[in-house]
Design a protein around this ligand. Structure first.
Ligand code: HEC
Ligand code: HEC
Length: 271
């Protein structure tokens, strides 16, 4: 840390000597973050980052969190991103989104695109998120619970919920914690729960696979797919904000929850 903060503090010493001369250990740390985010090498660059920050806050912050490390979106506050591996990939992802995921494209002008990308890069210059908990113990917690009934990991497990092999790259620690303790607070796209009663009295709960004006297909909790014409049904109900995933609040103590979150965060898929 000392050599790194020394290097980062270079510009602060030049532009804001008072911060430096009064610096305590703590103030240095604060200074480091300010510099990491705002290293004002030129007025033009500062203006670009300011524009990038505003665009980020209005377009991206709701999913990626104001600091890039919280929410439904991937954690952007890390030095190395999994998909946005270089500048070109980063711009493409921001412009086009990531197909098949909740990451949307944004129709931005070239200058807006450049400024958001520049701002996203500054988010990665913070120290990596410090996640309490132990991934090794978390793996044991995972194995001891019934997660595998509904989730695939490696080639094993059920398909009622999404696969978890790269969940740590797709979601932030905060979202994963919420998914365990309050699954209904943030149901991922594509997991709409249905309750279906047929005219001959059969009752099903499941996750919608497909629906059009006349028919509906869904997967029940054992993973079996059913298909019905809508006029065969007595009742069918879209249960937005409901989830078949049970809450583990109460089944896990605080330390086990931390360990399990640390384990999930470490799952970033095949390199
Ligand atoms: C509706 C929620 C949502 C919004 C809005 C959103 N994102 Fe995302 N973003 C995601 C999700 C979810 C992922 C992870 C996709 C995956 O890999 O499954 C993601 C992934 C990314 C990645 C790739 C991260 C990596 O690991 O390489 C980048 C970069 C990114 N988003 C930047 C942005 C920027 C910049 C904006 C605003 C212009 C934005 N996102 C808006 C949800 C969102
Ligand atoms: C009865 C089936 C079931 C069980 C058991 C279950 N889940 Fe889930 N899980 C789901 C479903 C369905 C979803 C998607 C809807 C939602 O988020 O509630 C989900 C969502 C998730 C998500 C969020 C995924 C995302 O992309 O946002 C995580 C993380 C998760 N589960 C982890 C676990 C872990 C860890 C366990 C064991 C402690 C577990 N689940 C047990 C069915 C289950």
């Amino acid at each position: 840390m000392p050599s790194q903060s020394g290097a980062l503090l270079g510009p602060v010493v030049l532009t804001q000597p008072r911060i430096w001369s009064r610096a305590t250990g703590r103030a240095v740390a604060v200074g480091t973050v300010i510099v990491a985010l705002w290293a004002p090498t030129s007025v033009a660059q500062t203006g670009e980052l300011e524009q990038g920050r505003r665009l980020y806050e209005s377009l991206c912050g709701s999913c990626h969190g104001p600091l890039g490390n919280g929410g439904r979106g991937a954690n952007l506050a890390q030095p190395q991103l999994r998909r946005a591996t270089d500048d070109q990939a980063l711009s493409n992802i921001i412009r086009r989104g990531i197909r098949g995921t909740e990451m949307p494209g944004s129709p931005l002008t070239p200058s807006q695109l450049a400024s958001v990308a520049a701002y996203v890069k500054t988010l990665g210059r913070v120290a990596p998120e410090d996640i309490p908990g132990d991934r090794g113990r978390g793996e044991a917690v995972y194995a001891g619970l019934d997660c595998v009934r509904c989730h695939t990991m490696g080639s094993r497990g059920g398909i009622v919920g999404p696969p978890l092999d790269d969940i740590g790259a797709r979601r932030s620690a905060a979202h994963l914690r919420e998914a365990l303790l309050a699954p209904e607070a943030s149901v991922p796209r594509g997991f709409l729960q249905l309750r279906v009663v047929t005219r001959d009295g059969r009752v099903f709960n499941g996750i919608r696979v497909n629906e059009d004006g006349f028919s509906i297909q869904f997967r029940d909790l054992s993973g079996r797919v059913h298909s019905f014409w809508k006029d065969e049904l007595e009742l069918f109900e879209h249960q937005w904000r409901r989830s078949p995933m049970p809450s583990y609040d109460g089944r896990l103590n605080a330390a086990q929850t931390d360990d399990l979150v640390a384990y999930l965060v470490s799952l970033v898929g095949a390199p």
